[in-house]
Design a protein around this ligand. Structure first.
Ligand SMILES: [Zn+2]
Ligand SMILES: [Zn+2]
Length: 151
């Protein structure tokens, strides 16, 4: 007679509940070094005070714009931050240059504003938001577990 197989709380469920709203430690949302590689057209790099390092490409960040309009649009289309719009298959492919900011500047001590070349500049990327959308393999793996959708 065995009483094995009794499980109390699934680890997955626990992780799912805590991941989204878990407050991040101060060092995790304090940038030590911020590099905006505009002339190279590369992207944004941040070294955090806790030793973590995040890198995003500009096109990815453009699709992750945190302004109300872009968030609403992504929700309507069921896209996650950074996920590009689906391209209509019927249209002839048109060349669009990859998104790139014309300029960037700090907003107080908590965020960076990217003024995109397409004229959109409403997005203020807070350090906390950026840390939460970190694209390193460690963080995306954790996010994939939570969402259950592979990238
Ligand atoms: Zn926006
Ligand atoms: Zn990361």
């Amino acid at each position: 007679m065995s009483h094995e197989g009794i499980r109390f709380v699934s680890k997955d469920e626990e992780a799912r509940a805590s991941q989204e709203n878990r407050p991040l430690p101060r060092e995790a949302i304090t940038p030590q070094k911020v590099r905006v590689l505009i002339s190279e057209g590369k992207g944004l790099e941040i070294d955090w005070a806790d030793g973590h390092r995040s890198v995003w490409s500009f096109p990815w960040l453009r699709e992750a714009c945190p302004c109300a309009t872009c968030v609403e649009q992504r929700n309507l289309e069921d896209r996650k931050p950074g996920q590009p719009k689906p391209k209509p298959a019927a249209l002839l492919p048109m060349y669009a240059p990859p998104a790139r900011p014309a300029s960037a500047h700090a907003v107080g001590r908590y965020a960076i504003q990217l003024n995109w070349q397409d004229g959109h500049s409403a997005g203020i990327y807070s350090w906390e938001y950026l840390r939460r959308i970190c694209q390193c393999s460690e963080c995306t793996l954790a996010a994939t577990d939570v969402a259950g959708i592979p990238n």
